[in-house]
Design a protein around this ligand. Structure first.
Ligand SMILES: [Zn+2]
Length: 341
């Protein structure tokens, strides 16, 4: 990611907004917003058509950084990630996950801690806030997910399709004990619990053009290297003059998550297109929406509807972790939000 140089914002403005509300020495979060005009409004400012809480600092290149209390950042993030119509205990688990995630990913080595996109967490200011979202954030103030004496590695996605994914299978690296994948019977109400898509091979050809260069026309698509959760690790692109094998996650992102909702593929075969009878298309039947690692959001909703508590939801999807206050957790090495406490 591009690096920026910044003028230092007003120290008074920074220390006036403590991280968890009552701790005067804690500094707020710095969220990189981008370039554009800023107009102050009561309690914050407007930027890029959106209203933000807190204050801002400006880089030497004009880039705007939102300097905002962590609680207020979470007011925006939680309802963006989970419907405000859902049960409060599910929203509180989402708040704990979002807080843990941002504290783990805040990078003090940069002029900003996080970016407002799904590279970290989507943050769109006041526009996405809701009263129940703010209540969930306030009710869990300071609460994080702990494993041992450290912040847990938190992930979440919309619907696991019946079995959450292991972090190691999805992203490589060493197995994470509390992200090994669990059977999940709670997300069947999701519209994506089971899905079907019919994808013209021409769309896949265009999406995978770099991989298919010199291999001729795409003839078939085969999913393989199934893991314990039932997800495909690889996709073989069978073309008229040769084959190419790509990572499942790359295939899903390149063809598009709207078409390939997950890699939990239950059935896949090539057939004449429903829409363009002259073309062939890939019929895909699958389960779930998203990478499937960690919290299954629709499952959290299901457990909450069955009167499950915040702790029960968290320990189901992150077995072996505990909900604790952030002051009981060792700081990540590059995180001065923790060091300054
Ligand atoms: Zn699930």
């Amino acid at each position: 990611m591009r690096r920026h140089s910044f003028l230092v914002g007003s120290a008074a403005a920074v220390t006036a907004i403590p991280l968890f509300g009552a701790r005067g020495r804690d500094r707020p979060l710095r969220v990189l917003l981008g370039s554009g005009d800023v107009r102050p409004v009561a309690g914050g400012f407007r930027f890029g058509g959106r209203e933000y809480r807190g204050t801002f600092s400006r880089g030497t290149d004009g880039t705007i950084i939102n300097v905002v209390a962590l609680q207020e950042y979470l007011y925006s993030v939680v309802p963006r990630e989970m419907s405000s119509a859902w049960p409060q205990s599910a929203l509180q688990v989402q708040a704990i996950c979002a807080r843990t995630f941002v504290l783990r990913h805040a990078d003090s080595q940069r002029p900003y801690d996080v970016v407002p996109s799904d590279l970290n967490q989507v943050y769109e200011g006041v526009s996405t806030e809701s009263a129940v979202g703010r209540a969930a954030v306030d009710a869990t103030a300071g609460k994080v997910l702990r494993y041992g004496d450290a912040l847990a590695q938190v992930a979440y996605s919309s619907c696991c399709g019946g079995h959450t994914e292991s972090a190691a299978a999805a992203w490589g690296g060493r197995p994470v004990p509390y992200l090994a994948g669990v059977p999940c019977p709670y997300c069947t109400a999701s519209p994506d619990f089971r899905w079907s898509r019919n994808v013209p091979l021409s769309i896949i050809e265009r999406a995978m053009a770099a991989k298919l260069r010199g291999l001729g026309r795409l003839r078939n698509v085969r999913f393989g290297r199934w893991d314990a959760s039932g997800r495909a690790g690889t996709v073989e692109l069978v073309a008229s003059s040769g084959d190419a094998v790509v990572r499942g996650s790359d295939f899903r992102i390149d063809v598009g998550p709207a078409l390939v909702r997950s890699l939990l593929i239950l059935r896949a075969f090539v057939r004449p297109s429903r829409v363009w009878q002259t073309q062939e298309s890939l019929q895909l039947d699958g389960g779930g929406n998203g990478h499937g690692v960690g919290l299954c959001q629709w499952g959290a909703r299901g457990i909450a509807i069955s009167s499950g508590s915040v702790a029960q939801i968290a320990s189901f999807y992150f077995p072996g972790t505990a909900i604790d206050t952030w002051t009981n957790v060792s700081p990540p090495p590059t995180n001065t939000i923790f060091r300054e406490r």
